[in-house]
Design a protein around this ligand. Structure first.
Ligand code: ADP
Ligand code: MG
Length: 252
């Protein structure tokens, strides 16, 4: 399988902390790659570098044949690379529907302005966008909350809305930071099923997740990080048996 995303010598320092050190990573196109490792091992920082939420200190990030090192996130959404956050982010005062509309508009212009101005072009498209938003809300099982402020949703429901907000940008690669953390078993099943279905339709995933069952069941490749470095990688069953991985988790 060819890679849709690679990093070469990726480093990120935060005032003396080497959050990511010399990481060479590869995400296979069409696959589900898991990124695991103990707390503080650099998983979120790696994702931040990949998705344009922080600039790497050094190293290179390539996506879909382009050098995207240091590219801002809004530009990356336009070429099909989006993410969700470990601490899920929704606009609490906006309706669930408007959360998706903001996500789709952010592709056209960077941010809120077109929505606030309700420009003619936006208005003309509005109905089609709303229909599309509704279809993604149906997919994630949140259509009945379309008109509700996102602030009333549970944590798990917010994660479903955040996923729908990614999907409305028509991504090729979705990066999920701990999609199952803090979520009840029903929503875990829902999110797992969605990832599986979307992957069958051709969407590529890079997923940081502590839920080992999920990683074993759904990922075709697992990368393990420890103290900012790539410790090992391979098939889930091999990684699970690797003594270095067990030691990293046990903190020996
Ligand atoms: P993980 O997601 O694997 O738990 P992180 O990438 O969040 O790990 O963190 C890796 C290391 O970098 C930790 O030591 C963390 O404290 C540090 N770190 C992460 N983000 C920042 C930041 N914005 N400023 C300073 N240090 C940070
Ligand atoms: Mg993290």
């Amino acid at each position: 399988m060819t890679a849709i995303l690679t990093t070469h010598g990726l480093c990120k320092n935060y005032r003396g902390i080497k959050a990511v050190q010399d990481a060479d990573l590869s995400v296979a196109r069409g696959g589900i790659t898991g990124l695991i490792g103990p707390n503080g091992s650099g998983k979120s920082t790696t994702i931040d570098c990949i998705t344009g939420f922080t600039r790497p200190s050094s190293g290179k990030v390539s996506y879909d044949g382009q050098d995207i090192t240091g590219s801002p996130s809004y530009g990356l959404a336009g070429i099909g690379l989006v993410r969700t956050f470990q601490n899920v982010r929704v606009y609490e005062r906006l309706s669930v529907m408007d959360n998706l509309i903001v996500a789709s508009q952010s592709l056209r212009a960077h941010g809120w302005l077109p929505l606030m101005l309700r420009s003619t072009a936006v208005k003309a498209d509005e109905k089609a966008i709303m229909q599309e938003a509704l279809s993604f809300l149906e997919l994630v099982g949140m259509a009945h909350y379309a008109g509700a402020p996102a602030g009333i949703l549970s944590y798990g429901q917010r994660k479903l809305v955040a996923l729908a907000a990614c999907l409305i940008t028509h991504p090729k690669l979705i990066v999920l930071d701990e999609p199952l953390a803090g979520v009840n078993p029903t929503i875990i099943r829902k999110i797992s099923g969605l990832i599986e279905t979307l992957n069958e339709q051709g969407l590529t995933f890079l997923i940081v997740e502590h839920n080992v069952d999920f990683i074993m069941r759904h990922c075709d490749h697992v990368i393990v990080m420890e103290q900012g470095k790539k410790l090992t990688e391979g098939k889930p069953e091999d990684v699970r048996r690797d003594e270095r991985v067990l030691e990293a988790y046990l903190g020996k």
